[in-house]
Structure formats: C-alpha cells, structure tokens
Design a protein around this ligand. Structure first.
Ligand code: DOR
Ligand code: ZN
Length: 338
C-alpha cells in the first residue's frame, strides 16, 4: 500500500501546555487532528469553568479554526459537582480527569482518596460526562512498574462496579492487565493507547545509557506488556483508540538529574501509529482506531474530511521547535501529505 486516505482523526489525550510552549506545540497537533481531548494539568490546574473557557480561547487563538480543543476538568478532593455539571451543560467540559495526587506532572492537587469524589462521579454518571483516568496508584510501597495493575485492582474495579453507567477511559494503558481489564469490562469502559507504549519496552530507558526522552508515565513496561497493548490497539475493538499523551517538556527539564516525565510525540504521531499498524499487518484497522472508536465512545460525531498518509521515508529531526521529538534521529516510513 503506497498511501492511506482516511477520515480525519482525533487525539483523545494530549498535553498542550500554555504560553510559549503552547504556541510551539499546538500546530503539530492541529495539523494532524481535528479535535483533541486537552489535559488540564497546568500549573495551577484547570478546575473552573472560567479557567477552561480562557484556556480553550488561548488554544484556539494559536491553532486556528480548523482544530477543536475538547476541554477537561481537573478533579480535586474539593471538586464541586454543581460546577462540573454546569460546565458540562454549557458545553465547556467534555470530560473530567482523575489524577491520583502525586501520580505525575502537576498532579499535586489531584485526588487523595477516591471517596472524596464520589459525589462528582455520581453526577457525571447521571449527566453522561466522561471520566478520564490516570490509572496508577501512588503508594510508595508499590513498585513503579506495578502501579497500573495495582490501580486496576484497588481503585478502578470499584469505580466500574459502583458507577455502572459512568463512562470511563483508562488513559495510556501500558500493561497486559490493563488491556485485559478493558477488553473484559462492560461497554462503558475504554482505553487510549500512546505511540510510545506501542513502540518501546522498558529496555529503551537504558539503551546504552540513561534515556530521558523515553521517560514518561506510566513508565514503559516489559516486552510482554508492550505486545499485549499492541494486540489490543490493532484488534479492531471499539474500546481502544488513539490518545498520544504528547507531553512536551523543555529539553533541559528532560535532560536533568530529576528529569520530567513525558514524550513529545505530536510532530509525527500519525506516522508513528501507522508504522505499528503496518508492522502488525493491520492497516485496515487504523482508521477505526484513529478516527472512529474515539468519537463513538465519546458520543460525538465522526469528523468530515480526510487525511492522507503516503509511504515516504522521512528523517525525524533531532529537535522540533527546540524540543526533542519521539523518534528523533530515526527514519520513519510514512508522511502526512499536504
Ligand atoms: O509522561 C507523562 N507526562 N505522563 C503524564 O501522566 C503527564 C505528562 C505530563 O503532563 O508531563
Ligand atoms: Zn497525559
């Protein structure tokens, strides 16, 4: 196959940041995707309707009219269910994001005990507002590579049981336990998958030395987990869809004694995913994963218009707008046309 033309895709999980960083990164997402679920973990986090509207306006002013940011509310222990409901009714918030406090970048204001947000979850269940979940426990006694699987056992199983009509997206899945949990769960549960968790296992973190640009959260896992996540992603199941988790940090913040978690994969995201689907001989499943399963789960219309990927080798540069992109220095076999 020399080219793929498919319905315009969406990114169901991205970090667009703010200020100067926003200006640098948004064009890469807007070039490929019609819409994106925008994560609210700014400093300070996006917890109010006014804050979300202002952030949305800043994104649109950089991205232009052909890209629609879908905003999320950052859940805290003190979340006000009425404010959530109002923001959803006004069309500001599409979803709310659960960060266990301390799990990742700018999650200090996150949730310390899931019971603190039970009233919010009840409201969300009632009004059809989606819950996006960073699925890792923060218990320091739990090995960092086990935090996703333990979260499923300790927290997520209970959420799905206690709020049976609540739609839940387990974000950026990294383990065979997560892939299995989502596959076996009711139709209210889905998952996003990043390019890095399809391409890399944890060896990539230590390839000839410490590799900060392969560091993200949830951290890369063993090969058996990567293979399970790949199988889920290319399976054609409507429960699995594209969410890059593109998470740019300044180069100095990555290449540091205490480097930040996050991989900037936005510039070549579609090319990266296409490579995986081709390797798995599943290019016929790519459009579903990239352009159909997400909107159907979110209850949003499919996009009009198409995007074309052409087979063409391109060298991924060492830096893009001063940031180190995923696949830097590698040759990738596809190119978004136009
Ligand atoms: O690697 C990550 N980076 N994982 C997250 O959960 C957050 C993100 C960020 O905002 O930097
Ligand atoms: Zn993320």
């Amino acid at each position: 196959m020399q080219s793929i033309t498919m319905r315009r895709p969406d990114d169901w999980h991205v970090h667009l940041r703010d200020g100067d960083m926003l200006e640098r990164v948004v064009p890469h997402t807007a070039r490929q995707f019609a819409r994106a679920i925008v994560m609210p973990n700014l400093a300070p986090p996006v917890t109010s309707i006014d804050g979300a509207v202002a952030y949305r306006d800043r994104i649109v002013s950089v991205a232009g009219p052909n890209f629609t940011p879908l905003m999320t509310a950052y859940l805290t222990d003190n979340v006000d269910a009425d404010e959530l409901g109002r923001g959803h009714a006004e069309g500001v918030w599409v979803a709310a994001k659960l960060y266990p406090a301390g799990a990742t970048t700018n999650s200090a204001s996150g949730v310390t005990d899931i019971r603190n947000i039970h009233p919010a979850l009840e409201r969300m269940e009632r009004i059809g507002m989606i819950l996006c979940v960073h699925g890792e426990v923060t218990d320091p006694a739990v090995d960092v590579f086990d935090r996703e699987a333990v979260f499923i056992d300790r927290i997520l199983t209970g959420i799905v049981r206690d709020f049976p009509a609540l739609k839940v997206v387990l974000e950026h899945i990294t383990t065979k336990q997560a892939a299995q949990f989502v596959a076996d769960a009711p139709a209210t549960v889905a998952a996003t998958i990043t390019p890095q968790h399809l391409h890399l296992n944890r060896n990539a973190l230590f390839q000839g030395g410490l590799r900060p640009h392969a560091y993200c959260l949830p951290v890369l896992k063993r090969e058996e987990h990567r293979l399970a996540v790949r199988k889920a992603g290319v399976s054609g199941s409507p429960k699995f869809f594209l969410g890059t988790d593109s998470a740019p940090h300044a180069r100095e913040a990555k290449e540091s004694a205490c480097g930040c978690a996050g991989i900037f994969n936005a510039p070549f995201a579609l090319e990266s995913y296409a490579t995986v689907f081709e390797e798995e001989k599943a290019l016929d499943k790519f459009e579903g994963f990239a352009s159909e399963h997400g909107p159907r789960f979110y209850g949003l219309p499919l996009n009009d218009g198409t995007i074309t990927l052409e087979r063409s080798d391109q060298l991924v540069p060492d830096t893009v707008d001063g940031l180190v992109p995923f696949h830097a220095g590698e040759t990738i076999g596809w190119r978004v046309a136009g």
